[in-house]
Ligand binder design. Structure first.
Ligand code: GUN
Ligand code: ZN
Length: 441
């Protein structure tokens, strides 16, 4: 007997456990071409081969038949800015000019809670329609932007982590606060939202150049007062940014030393980018149990540089994939993995499909310290997953029909796939998004 509310038949792929190398991932990859997933109370009860599981089906309940479809754990976007949804594809600038020309004016609109609500709802709809069930999200300086996002994520019962951007210098007046205001507002938001349902709060200093020492001291105090919150910021994305940090913080030798000095490194700390890191910085990330987010479409779009995945493995630093919308150019984790492969090619690194999908699922969960709760189909985990049709266009149908095994299929999916391949998205055991029957995706 298996007690369940919902059962789903289909093909399943996941990685059974956290791994410490690409070969280790390949060893723990699991493919079940015809399986049945049992869900109860939002959690996974069992995943069995159809022949074994069929006997446990209750004829009164029926099951969802997704034969021919591929079920994957829900994607985890480890770095994204929801207020930047409307400015994807802003022309011509690299990081620092891109921020002042495009980003700050767009973010200024989020003091209006009605506006924030409209974009927050659109954004969460985009995550779900692209198969992303968990994200670590930057809001704006305004508490209204956080309230709008969390209100909707709570309604959807998503495992979502987010926070108010903190910044008290080198920003336009309309987006500048004092360290004290930032501390008080962040504190109140943590008390209101952290651990509500499946939500988590991330303390969110934007990056070192927009922080005074007082602001980073306030961050340290918040970390001490609320040790189970997350922390997110940006690190070593662009050469001009790195040089600016050296100018602003001459007492610290390297970029990461600034954050480390104020206690920002550690478990549940996630640093976006980390492209231009020195070995000592990688080492510090490892020693403190910090994590990085690899955002290939953003790094290419802004011309920031190439993330060094081999260095990340070598230094045993936790890593998740990020879209980094709106510097990133897509919400699709499939397209993001395709770009990650190309970043690897430019450095003679072969990103295998098993490794790529690990980073987008269990690896991301590990980076966020959520691997006990999400990231694969292990019994007891929260039932967040995505139903994929690997071949929805004539080209995909031709190419997929020539694949010899699941690994080739997955690789083609990350090369040719996008949101059109996402048929259903499930959160906490409920289907929260479904492609319309007539649409391709
Ligand atoms: N560094 C500081 N702020 C940002 C941002 O909004 N996007 C990116 N990509 N990098 C940043
Ligand atoms: Zn970012």
């Amino acid at each position: 007997m298996i007690a369940y509310d919902t059962a789903i038949r289909g093909a399943f792929f996941d990685i059974a456990q956290v791994a410490d190398s690409a070969d280790d991932i390949a060893r723990h990859a699991r493919y079940l071409p015809d399986g049945v997933l049992f869900i109860a109370g939002g959690h996974i009860q069992a995943l069995l081969p159809w022949q074994e599981g069929e006997q446990y089906l209750d004829p009164h309940k029926g099951y969802s038949d997704q034969s021919g479809k591929l079920l994957l754990p829900g994607f985890i976007d480890a770095h994204v800015h929801y207020p930047q949804t409307e400015m994807i594809g802003a022309f011509g600038e690299q990081l620092l000019e891109w921020l002042t020309t495009y980003t700050f004016p767009v973010e200024s609109q989020f003091s209006d809670e009605a506006y924030a609500k409209e974009i927050a709802e659109f954004f969460l709809g985009q995550l779900l329609s692209h198969g992303t069930t968990t994200a670590l999200v930057f809001c704006t300086l305004h508490p209204e932007s956080v309230n709008a996002l969390f209100t909707e994520a709570l309604r959807l019962n998503m495992r979502l982590i987010a926070g108010k951007v903190m910044m008290d210098r080198h920003t336009p007046d309309y987006l500048t606060e004092t360290a004290e205001e930032s501390y008080q507002q962040t504190r109140a938001l943590i008390q209101r939202w952290h651990k509500q349902g499946r939500l988590g709060y991330a303390i969110t200093p934007r990056f070192a150049p927009t922080s005074t020492p007082e602001l980073l001291s306030a961050v340290r105090q918040l970390r001490q007062a609320f040790p189970d919150t997350w922390l997110q910021t940006h690190l070593s994305e662009n050469p001009n940014e790195v040089a600016w940090v050296k100018d602003l913080w001459p007492e610290h030798e390297r970029y990461l030393d600034v954050y480390h000095h104020y206690g920002l490194t550690g478990e549940r700390s996630l640093f976006a980018h980390g492209i231009h890191l020195e070995d000592r910085e990688w080492q510090c990330l490892h020693e403190t149990g910090s994590a990085v987010a690899f955002c290939p479409t953003s790094n290419l779009f802004l011309g920031s540089g190439l993330f060094r995945l081999p260095a990340c493995w070598q230094h045993r630093v936790r890593m998740g994939m990020g879209t980094d919308v709106g510097a990133g150019t897509t919400f699709s984790m499939l397209r993001t993995l395709g770009e990650a492969y190309k970043v690897g090619q430019l450095q003679s690194y072969r990103l295998r499909a098993s490794e790529a999908f690990y980073h987008a699922t269990l690896g991301g969960a590990h980076a966020l310290r959520l691997d006990e709760k999400i990231g694969n189909f292990q019994p007891g985990k929260e039932a967040d997953f995505v139903v994929i049709d690997p071949a929805v266009t004539p080209l995909q149908q031709l190419r997929i029909s020539r694949c010899k095994d699941i690994y080739e299929q997955l690789f083609v999916l990350m090369t040719l796939g996008d949101e059109r391949n996402i048929r259903e998205t499930w959160v906490n055991g409920e289907r929260v998004w479904q492609a319309s029957a007539s649409s391709i995706g």
